[in-house]
Design a protein around this ligand. Sequence first.
Ligand code: AHR
Length: 499
Amino acid sequence: MPDATLTILADEPALGTISPLLHGHFAEHLGRCVNDGLWVGPDSPIPNTDGLRSDVLQALRDLGIPQLRWPGGCYADTYHWRDGIGPRDGRPRSLGESCGLNVVEDNGMGTHEFIALCRAIGAEPYLAGNVGSGSPQEMMDWVHYCNGTLDTTLVRERAANGHPDPMNVRYWGVGNENWGCGGNYDPADYAKEFRRFSTFIKMVDSSVELVACGNNTREWNLRVVETLRSHWGLLDHLSVHQYYGAGHATGFNEEEYYQLLRGADLVEEGIRYTDEILRFFAAGRRRPSIAVDEWGAWHPEAAKGCDYEAPNTLRDAIAAAGVLDVFHRWCGVVSMANLAQIVNVLQCLIQTEGDRMWLTPTYHLFRLYAPHRGAEALRLDITEAPTRDLPAQNRAWPETTFKPGVLPLVSASVSRKDGTTILSLSNRRRTEPLAVRVVLRGIRIDGGTTQTLTGDAPNAVNSAEQPGHVRITEGHLDTGGGEITLTLPPCSVQTAILA
Ligand code: AHR
């Protein structure tokens, strides 16, 4: 007897194409994300490729990182790009970010090193510019330095620093969280700054796509977008940041287990109302899209000592599956998304300790979802699925005020590419397996393969000692036709490739 029925509506129009950029990542000079995580410098005893950790590079190449945002985060609004170019031994030792600006940043990884990283892992670079403590001239010059093609002094300088060809950086953030760490702006004031910066940036390179700073509150987004309504052409993307938490990283009770998954599902709310605002003010013009350029679980451990590090569990990966399902459903509206952050910090893909590194459950989750990149997102219908009633939740940080609600215990994405159907299913039940009857409308299949991510407990982690504790197992599906049954272990995510 199945626990749920999922109908794949391949006979209805697709939702749109799942842009690979929805599976993007974020690297900030914060804690050990950049320094020590990605970048160790060419003189490090840790094996490296021109200063970038070779083991981390290989893992990122294996996964495929469609987009990487850098250098912040909050750090972006204090970062001066000229500190990170030219011979490394001549670069300034500036104030780096921890709990405030209270560590030394040697600027070893600057623009050239970041672009080299992106090229090495196949990622589209996304640079976040400095509005808070910077100027339009400074950001214009950065765009000019990276993308310029004329024989100017800045372009000559780029060539002298080893990059004669333009870097072709297409995505640029105009500030970050300017409602908070990026300058404590009022929304209309920020929007005016955005207008000023963007006007000049687009004069330097009209092909760049600019991301304005949004918020996960309706009011900020409304007022920013309203202020930009008469300069609509400047706004390509509006950002939304969404973090969620419930209990501790590994120490959480049953209710907190489910509340974290609910926090993940609520990422949809920010997208929904931001889309409403953008549609309203677009009033028939080109609609800017949404960049969820920071998202993920943020546990209390990640604030301790300001290193922003926390264990990364199977629960975090199951929550991330729910968020990716949201992005796939909204693929016509969300243009890019960046998990925070790529190495060591917050909900990372990779953790390192000295010369050792291991892959987190979240890394494996992104592997399971990789086949959806570039595919057509199909509509689906889930019926008769188990749910869990949840009480209200009020948390100071990440700020969460949930009303009592109902959490679906099955989450899914379905897409179609090159004649195959890709189905990712999450069984959010903590301790019980789940049998799902999958009905295919408009397609028939002969069988397929499955990959399942699970572990021995929701708080299972990988570590230097046990790097393969939470991992993917492979399976086969010998049945076909217009209906199949998939069985998932408790607290697991499965991707079935059906052909
Ligand atoms: O990702 C960590 C921090 O979270 C970023 O610097 C900031 O943008 C957000 O508040």
